[in-house]
Each structure stands twice: as structure tokens, then as C-alpha cells.
Design a protein around this ligand. Structure first.
Ligand SMILES: NC(=O)c1ccc[n+]([C@@H]2O[C@H](COP(=O)([O-])OP(=O)(O)OC[C@H]3O[C@@H](n4cnc5c(N)ncnc54)[C@H](OP(=O)(O)O)[C@@H]3O)[C@@H](O)[C@H]2O)c1
Length: 340
């Protein structure tokens, strides 16, 4: 006996990947429902070798369904996740709505799987921000060995992190620059994204940082260790899929770069590609469709006593969202629901 699984937001970037990954990993699905907004009613989406028609989230009855993977944004989540949870269906949510709620576990299975039991309070589990998810996968083994005290990170985030509209804007703007029949002014992003980079993701906060930067701080603390200091600069780059991060790490104990490389090679979810030669590192285009968090350019930071630098790349729609959500569903199934 398997699970009755709902994917809400099935027509979106993350929802489509959720369906792909459920099928790829042979999650024990007895029945699947793909939901989106009313305007997408009947839209066909793929689930393995099957095609399914999307239903309307607004009128869907969650009674009798086991797990709902949500990727609909915070506004719709606020309305529908509590309904699903109240009907006895465990929600695994990709929006930021519940991430900082003390009664909702925020989980990256390679890092804090034991937090899963906390789902019982609200029947909701939160999935982290894409940039945080890949970073904590790389930080966890280093933290376990040498205790991380401070992290300074700069991100290079792809446009798919801003949904379907982000991908369309980069595509259309790029085409319009080559073939200027019509102008494509910035809409989803605050400035031109084609052939540019934008040091601004999500809204500005009072201290001059952005909400995306704040999320990396708050979520790293909640998932990995509340004592770790994090400071981030989040930047949107004209890449379709794949987030990259330049990470500077300060530790309590000295950790040699070679040992860091070895520890990371053994770590779950991490793939080290680190040859000190041209091309001996991973770029975002190479991580598309992959599960791993790739780590390259591991080296000592000689400006501090105990410091390392590394480059971390992952598919933001996969480890940053859909894959992590399906891994949480697997964890929930194996440890708590125990069907299948
Ligand atoms: N992209 C990433 O890297 C990433 C990473 C981590 C978390 N997330 C989060 O995942 C969520 C989805 O992101 P995305 O990139 O997949 O966005 P997207 O491509 O824009 O897709 C949004 C999906 O949500 C559905 N939706 C929106 N409002 C709805 C409503 N009121 N009722 C029913 N369905 C509704 C849309 O349905 P229609 O097609 O019918 O409009 C679509 O299926 C967001 O919360 C985002 O913050 C994204």
C-alpha cells in the first residue's frame, strides 16, 4: 500500500519538477492529484510516462489524501495549506510562509532529519529557500568536524528562482536585444536581467539587507545551528537554472583544505568536483537536472586563522525545492507514516 499524494502548483517550475522526481525516485504513489489555479483546469502535466490533468486547488477536497507537496507561493499557501492540514493531509510547503514558525519543522534531510517528528504540531513541514538548502548541505559536514562560527556568502541566483515569469523575462529580453522588434522592459526583475546582474532579490528590509539575504541567515540558524553567524549578499544573474554561491567559512578548529575536500567527498548529497586547473569545477549549466550539491574551489582563506573558501552549485528547482520536498516526503513516509 502506497500514498495518496497531491502536488499543488503542478503547472509551475517547482511543481513540474516535483512530479518528475516523485516518478524518478519511484515514490510509492497509489494515487496522484495535480492541482493549480482555476485558469489551468484541465492542463496536462507529466507524471512518469503518464499524463494527468490538473484540478482546481480551490475546490479540491484533501480528505483521505496522505501528503500534499505545495509550490503555490505564500498567498495561496496561507489559504489552502491549513485546509489540507486540517483534513489530515501532511503539507510539505515550498513557500516561505511557515519556515520561521517554531511549530513547523524546516528540513533538509541530509542535515536535520530528526526534526521531522515536529510535523505533528501543525501537520505542516517547511522546505527551505533554494539558496539555503544547497549551502547547508555543504556546511553540515564541515560544521560537524570543525564547528563553523561565521559564514560570508555571495549568491549568483538563476532566474528560475523567480518562477515561470522570471524565465520568460530573461528569454524574451535576450531575444529582444538580438532582434529589437519590440522592447521587453523589466517587470519581474527591478532592472534589465539579460546581460546584467542585479544585487537585489525579494524586498528591502530596514537595515538595508534584502529578505532573501535575511532568509539565508534565519534558515541556516534554524536548520544547522543557531549560533552560526551568517552574512549574505544575494544576486540575480542571467542563468536559467542553477544557483551558485561563493562561501567563506570561519571555524572554531583549524580544518585543512585537503581534509575538507575528503570530508565533503563522503558527505550525503555532496559531489566534490575540484581540480585546480581550467574547467576543474562545476558551473550552473552542468548541474541542471541533477540531485547533488556540487562543491568546487575548496581552498584555505589565509586572511584568518581558521578559514576556508568554496564554490557551491546546485539545481535550484531540484535540491533547492522539488527534490528536497520529495526527500522530506520519503523521510516522513519511512519514519512516521510507514506505508508503502
Ligand atoms: N523556483 C525556485 O527555485 C524555488 C525554490 C524554493 C522555493 N520556491 C517556492 O515554490 C513556490 C512555487 O515557485 P515556482 O517557481 O514553481 O513558481 P511558478 O513557476 O510561478 O508556479 C506557480 C504555481 O503555483 C500555482 N498557483 C499560484 N497561485 C495559485 C492559486 N491562488 N491557486 C492555485 N494555484 C496557484 C500556479 O498555477 P497556475 O499555473 O494555474 O497559475 C503554478 O502552478 C513559491 O512559493 C516559491 O517561492 C521556489
Amino acid at each position: 500500500m502506497g500514498y495518496k499524494v497531491v502536488v499543488a502548483g503542478a503547472t509551475g517550475n517547482v511543481g513540474r519538477e516535483m512530479l518528475n522526481i516523485l516518478a524518478e525516485r519511484e515514490f510509492p504513489v497509489d494515487e496522484i492529484a495535480a492541482l493549480a489555479s482555476r485558469k489551468s483546469l484541465g492542463t496536462e502535466v507529466s507524471f512518469g510516462d503518464k499524463t494527468i490533468k490538473t484540478k482546481d486547488l480551490d475546490t479540491f477536497d484533501f480528505t483521505g489524501w496522505d501528503i500534499a507537496l505545495f509550490a503555490v507561493g505564500s498567498d495561496a499557501t496561507k489559504v489552502y495549506a491549513p485546509k489540507a492540514a486540517a483534513a489530515g493531509c501532511v503539507v510539505i510547503d515550498n513557500s516561505s510562509l511557515y519556515r520561521y514558525d517554531p511549530d513547523v519543522p524546516l528540513i533538509v534531510p541530509e542535515v536535520n532529519a530528526d526534526a521531522i517528528e515536529g510535523y505533528r504540531k501543525k501537520n505542516i513541514i517547511a522546505n527551505p529557500n533554494c539558496s539555503t538548502a544547497q549551502m547547508v548541505v555543504a556546511l553540515k559536514p564541515i560544521h560537524d568536524r570543525a564547528k563553523i562560527t561565521r559564514v560570508v556568502v555571495a549568491t549568483y541566483q538563476s532566474v528560475s528562482g523567480a518562477g515561470k515569469a522570471g524565465i520568460d523575462e530573461l528569454w524574451d529580453q535576450t531575444k529582444s536585444i538580438y532582434n529589437p522588434v519590440s522592447e521587453v522592459p523589466p517587470k519581474k526583475f527591478s532592472k534589465q536581467i539579460a546581460f546584467n546582474v542585479i544585487p537585489h532579490i525579494d524586498v528591502f528590509l530596514d537595515d538595508g539587507s534584502t529578505k532573501e539575504e535575511w532568509k539565508m541567515v534565519a534558515e541556516t540558524k534554524k536548520i544547522l545551528d543557531k549560533s552560526i553567524k551568517v552574512t549574505a549578499t544575494c544576486v540575480r544573474v542571467p542563468v536559467f537554472v542553477g544557483h551558485s554561491e561563493a562561501v567563506n567559512i570561519e571555524t572554531e578548529e583549524f580544518l585543512d583544505w585537503q581534509e575538507a575536500q575528503e570530508i565533503l567527498r563522503e558527505a550525503p548529497g555532496v559531489m566534490v568536483v575540484d581540480k585546480r586547473e581550467p574547467g576543474g569545477y562545476i558551473t550552473p549549466i552542468e548541474c541542471v537536472g541533477e540531485y547533488a550539491t556540487y562543491v568546487s574551489r575548496i581552498r584555505q582563506d589565509s586572511t584568518i586563522e581558521n578559514g576556508l573558501n568554496l564554490w557551491c552549485v546546485s539545481d535550484n528547482l531540484r535540491k533547492g525545492a522539488a527534490l528536497n520536498a520529495v526527500q522530506i516526503a520519503e523521510l516522513l513516509g519511512n519514519r512516521c507514516l510507514k506505508k508503502g
